[in-house]
Design a protein around this ligand. Structure first.
Ligand code: UDX
Length: 476
C-alpha cells in the first residue's frame, strides 16, 4: 500500500491522571473525526480502570483508525498514585517510562500495513522526557497542557520568583504578601495564590524542582496545545506566547467535542472516561429538585481530606440550608469512621445526596444545579464555566491555588475559600453563592458561558485553532 496516501498517525500520551486522560480522549475523538489514525497510549493502571468503568471501547468502535496501547508507569499496581504518592509517580515516569516509551516507538509494534508509522506525537508537556525520545527517534512532537494558562504562566515565572527573592518564603510568613514578579498578575496575586508547593520554604522541594524547568521545557516542542479559550485567558496567553509562539488554544475540549459531534453526527454517544464507577442515581435525584437549587460538591480525583475537614464541610453544607449533591470518593477521607451524628444524617436525608463518583459533566449541565463547591481542578473549572455554574473554590494543591484566585478575583465567577475550613465560613459562603449574591454570580457565569460557546462555533478562536492544528499535523 502506498502509505503516503494514508492519513496522519498521531500518538497521544496523556499524563496518567483522571483530568488529563479525560481531556485527551476528547482531543483524540476530535482528531478521529478529521479522519486521523490515533494511537492512544495509557499506563496499565489507567487501562485497567478504563476497561472497568468507562465506555471508551464502545465509543471508539466507530473510529477504525483508533487504537489503544498500553505502557507501564513503573510502579507496582497497588501504589496509591494520589495525595502524597503523586511525586513518586512523576519520578517513576521520568526514569522507567522513558526507556519503555523509546522501546515502543522503535519496536515496529505501531507500524501496521494499514497505517503510517507515527507521524506526530502529542504528549503532556510535564513529561518533558517524551521530547527527548521524540528527538532521538526523529518524530515531531507537540506538547499539550491540561492545566490553565494562568497556572502555566506561574510555572514559567518560577525562576523569576527565585531571582527576585520572592521565593522561597516560609509558611509562617504573611501569606497575603503581594507577589510582584509575575508579569500580568502584579495587581492581585498573593503568596497564598501560588501553587501549594511554593509554601514549603525549600528550594529543593521535589514539586518545585519538577515544575522549575517549565519555561525552557515547553518551548522545545513544535507547538503547545492548551485546554483553554482566548476570551477567558487572553492577557495571560499573550505572556505565554513570548516564550511559546505556536500556541493552539482549543478548549474547553469536552465542549468542543460535543459541538463537533452535534454538527457531524445525528446520534452522538455520551462519553464517559471515568476511572471510577459513575453513580447515575444522582441524576434521578436531581430531576426532582427545583431549578438552580442544588450546590454540587466535588473535590476531583486526587484530593484527600482529614476526618476533621470532612466534618466541617458536612456541618457547613447541612447548616447552609441549601440542597446539595456531594461526591465522596472511597479513598478521599483519611481515618474515616462510620459514626455519623444524627443531625448530619437527618439533614442529608432531607436535602442532600451523596455518591462515590458522579457523571460530572451531566450533573453540571443539569437545570437543578446552581453552584459548584470545587477543588478548582482545571477540568472541573472549565466544565463549570461552559455550563454557566458559579463556583466556591476550595483548592487542594498544585494549579488549583492559582485557578481559584482567577475564578474569584479576575473572572468573578464565584468565591475563593482557600486556606479556611470552618463550618461557619462554609455555611456563610454557600448562602452567599446560592442566595445573597446569586444573581450577580449567575449573570457573570452566563456571560462567560456565552463567550466560551462563541469560541467553539465556526470562526471562533478555539474552532480556528483546531483547524490550524489539524492542518499543521497533516503537513508534517
Ligand atoms: C487536578 C488538576 O486539575 C490537574 O490540573 C492537576 O495537575 C492534578 O489535579 P483532578 O483532581 O483530576 O486533577 O481534577 P480535574 O482537573 O477537575 O478533573 C477531574 C475530572 O474528573 C473532571 O473531568 C470531572 O468531570 C471528572 N469527575 C470528577 C467525574 O467525572 N465525576 C466525579 O464525581 C468527579
Amino acid at each position: 500500500m502506498d502509505q503516503s496516501t494514508l492519513p496522519p498517525h498521531v500518538l497521544i500520551f496523556p499524563l496518567p491522571l483522571q483530568g488529563p486522560v479525560n481531556s485527551m480522549f476528547k482531543l483524540a475523538e476530535l482528531l478521529c473525526l478529521s479522519g486521523f489514525h490515533i494511537t492512544f497510549l495509557v499506563t496499565d493502571h489507567i487501562h485497567t480502570r478504563l476497561l472497568k468503568y468507562s465506555n471508551i471501547q464502545s465509543r471508539f468502535e466507530r473510529y477504525p483508525g483508533f487504537q489503544l496501547e498500553t505502557i507501564s508507569d513503573g510502579l507496582p499496581e497497588d501504589h496509591p498514585r494520589s495525595g502524597n504518592g503523586l511525586m513518586e509517580m512523576f519520578d517513576s515516569l521520568k526514569t522507567k517510562n522513558k526507556i519503555l516509551f523509546k522501546d515502543l516507538l522503535t519496536s515496529g509494534k505501531l507500524n501496521l500495513d494499514s497505517r503510517r508509522p507515527v507521524t506526530c506525537i502529542i504528549a503532556d508537556g510535564i513529561m518533558g522526557y517524551t521530547c527527548d525520545v521524540a528527538n532521538d527517534v526523529g518524530i515531531p512532537i507537540i506538547f499539550v497542557r491540561t492545566i490553565s494558562a494562568c497556572c502555566l504562566w506561574v510555572f514559567f515565572c518560577l525562576p523569576k520568583l527565585i531571582e527576585s527573592g520572592e521565593l522561597p518564603f516560609s509558611v509562617d510568613n504573611d501569606l497575603d504578601t503581594p507577589i510582584k514578579s509575575i508579569p500580568g498578575m502584579e495587581s492581585f496575586f498573593r503568596r497564598r495564590d501560588l501553587p501549594s508547593f511554593c509554601r514549603s520554604g525549600n528550594l529543593w522541594d521535589p514539586s518545585l524542582q519538577l515544575y522549575l524547568p517549565e519555561s525552557t521545557e515547553n518551548p522545545r516542542a513544535y507547538g503547545l496545545i492548551i485546554n483553554t479559550f482566548d476570551d477567558l485567558e487572553g492577557p495571560i496567553l499573550a505572556q505565554i506566547r513570548t516564550l511559546c509562539p505556536n500556541l493552539y488554544t482549543i478548549g474547553p475540549l469536552h465542549s468542543h467535542l460535543k459541538y463537533k459531534l452535534s454538527v457531524d453526527s445525528s446520534s452522538p454517544l455520551t462519553s464517559s472516561n471515568s476511572l471510577w464507577k459513575e453513580d447515575t442515581s444522582c441524576i434521578t435525584w436531581l430531576d426532582s429538585q427545583p431549578s438552580k437549587s442544588v450546590i454540587y460538591v466535588s473535590f476531583g480525583s486526587l484530593a484527600v481530606m482529614t476526618k476533621e475537614q470532612y466534618m466541617e464541610f458536612w456541618y457547613g453544607l447541612v447548616n447552609s440550608g441549601s440542597r446539595f449533591l456531594w461526591v465522596i470518593r472511597p479513598d478521599s477521607v483519611t481515618n474515616n469512621s462510620s459514626e455519623i451524628p444524627l443531625e448530619l444524617s437527618e439533614g442529608t436525608k432531607e436535602r442532600g445526596y451523596i455518591v462515590e463518583w458522579a457523571p460530572q459533566e451531566e450533573v453540571l449541565a443539569h437545570n437543578a444545579v446552581g453552584g459548584f463547591l470545587t477543588h478548582s481542578g482545571w477540568n472541573s473549572t472549565l466544565e463549570s464555566v461552559i455550563e454557566g455554574v458559579p463556583m466556591i473554590c476550595w483548592p487542594y494543591f498544585l494549579d488549583q491555588q492559582v485557578n481559584s484566585r482567577f475564578v474569584g478575583e479576575v473572572w468573578k465567577l464565584g468565591l475563593d475559600m482557600k486556606d479556611t475550613c470552618d463550618r461557619l465560613i462554609i455555611e456563610k459562603t454557600v448562602r452567599e453563592l446560592m442566595d445573597g449574591r446569586k444573581d450577580e454570580f449567575m449573570n457573570r457565569a452566563d456571560q462567560m458561558k456565552k463567550l466560551a460557546k462563541q469560541c467553539l462555533s465556526e470562526g471562533g478562536s478555539s474552532y480556528c485553532n483546531l483547524e490550524r492544528l489539524i492542518k499543521d499535523i497533516k503537513d508534517m
